[in-house]
Design a protein around this ligand. Structure first.
Ligand SMILES: Cc1cc2nc3c(=O)[nH]c(=O)nc-3n(C[C@H](O)[C@H](O)[C@H](O)COP(=O)(O)O)c2cc1C
Length: 400
């Protein structure tokens, strides 16, 4: 994405440098525009160094707004896929809500047709003032997104609301607001299962597998970004993605119960969890003492979550499964597709530790028509986006 990052005159301006670096590391192109007050808090040199792009000042005689001042604001407005103002002062919110264009940033905000996102930060009294709140209502009515500030101790020493939201959350909101929505998925409810399940032997020992849940979490983000309402049933230790309703589970039984509850209201299922096939027949309530010599463990089957959800499936619901195979990938995945009646299976090759915990991966989609061209190798976030695009295309071509 090509992002314009507007930085206005608040103490939180130093955090915009961290945001600029995070966005640039995620592969976005970031051009900063400082207001006159913003430039008192952070320097253009810091921002150009972090982004590798020019940083623009408030007026034609500052920074890069030099060569052709009559059109530069329009070029920047057109260049942007998204304009984010972080931090946003009460002043810039008031200007933008009322269509004022007195410097480069406010002019670009008025000229652009790109999505606009605000991350306000200010003293609690300012934040709660009816004028500021009325301006935010107006900006939201233009389709702008607002990442509300949190609570905490503010730079002015007061404690209350008005503290800039976390940088990571702002970056996620930029991703969501800047991604074009897909007709076939926008507003649709998608249930995603992700991560490993754990089956306890006793209070300290557990049976699990090497899945981290990364791929499922990236799929949740990718479906969220194109407009789907995602419910994520998540095992493992990784943090839940921002803006996604997440239900934390531990065992296969818990994952089944949470998934069944969500499935009733869902349009589609992405079963990306690595569910343990077996669990110990019994789980001790106290730590088991070690004994000398060989021991045996009786394992019983856990519920087949995918089979149970497929059995309760309505004709209008779709199901995507995953298959992690170490040999005869396509053959085994085609069997799974038929046996469980899935719409598609995405196969990954887990031989030699590939896929689990790895950064890059390849997935081959299989449908009733046979195998499709492989997606990847790609980093898991990009691979998730490729899966969503592929599936949205497939859904768009399906008879309703
Ligand atoms: C030290 C200092 C800190 C400030 N912090 C904030 C702030 O966090 N939020 C805010 O809305 N205004 C803050 N202001 C006031 C703005 O800088 C002032 O309204 C300015 O005109 C904003 O201009 P701009 O919106 O063009 O950047 C602060 C001012 C000073 C001197």
């Amino acid at each position: 994405m090509q992002i314009i990052l507007g930085i206005t005159g608040g103490v939180a301006a130093y955090k915009s440098a961290e945001l600029a670096r995070l966005l640039a590391n995620q592969g976005h192109r970031v051009r900063c525009i400082l207001t006159e007050a913003g430039a008192r808090f952070i320097t253009p040199l810091t921002l150009t160094s972090l982004t590798g792009e020019p940083c623009y000042g408030a007026n034609p005689d500052q920074g890069e707004w030099r060569a052709n001042p009559s059109i530069e604001h329009i070029e920047l407005a057109r260049w942007a896929d998204l304009v984010a103002v972080v931090p946003a002062t009460a002043n810039i919110l008031g200007k933008a809500a009322n269509g004022l264009a007195s410097d480069l940033l406010s002019t670009v905000l008025l000229a652009t047709r790109a999505p606009v996102l605000w991350a306000p930060a200010m003293n609690t009294g300012m934040w709660e003032h009816p004028a500021v709140q009325a301006n935010l209502v107006r900006l939201r009515s233009f389709g702008h997104a607002v990442v509300d500030p949190g609570e905490g101790v503010l730079a002015c020493g007061e404690e209350g609301s008005g503290k800039l939201a976390e940088v990571a959350a702002i970056a996620e909101a930029i991703q969501v607001h800047g991604t074009p929505k897909l007709m076939s998925l926008s507003g649709r409810r998608v249930l995603i299962t992700a991560g490993p399940t754990r089956e306890d032997l006793d209070p300290v020992r557990t049976l699990t597998n090497r899945s981290t849940g990364t791929m499922g979490i990236e799929l949740a983000r990718a479906f969220r970004d194109v407009g789907a309402q995602v419910q994520l049933v998540l095992g493992g230790e990784l943090p839940a993605p921002w803006g996604v309703e997440t239900i934390r589970v531990r065992s296969a039984q818990q994952m089944l119960e949470a998934s069944e509850a969500c499935w009733v209201g869902a349009d589609g299922l992405v079963a990306a969890a690595a569910v343990a096939d077996q669990r110990p027949e019994s789980s001790a309530s106290q730590k088991m003492k070690k004994v000398e010599g060989a021991e045996s463990l009786v394992l019983v089957r856990t519920p087949d979550i995918l089979a149970r959800l497929c059995a309760a499936r309505r004709p209008d619901q779709w199901v995507l499964g995953f298959a992690a195979e170490s040999e005869k990938h396509l053959e085994h995945a085609s069997e799974k597709l038929k046996k469980k009646g899935l719409d598609a299976v995405l196969v990954n090759d887990v031989q030699g530790g590939r896929a689990f915990g790895a950064q890059a991966n390849t997935l081959t989609p299989i449908t009733a028509q046979g195998p499709h061209p492989p997606l990847g190798p790609l980093a898991k976030d990009q691979l998730a986006r490729a899966v969503v695009q592929w599936w949205a295309g497939h859904l768009a071509g399906r008879p309703a």
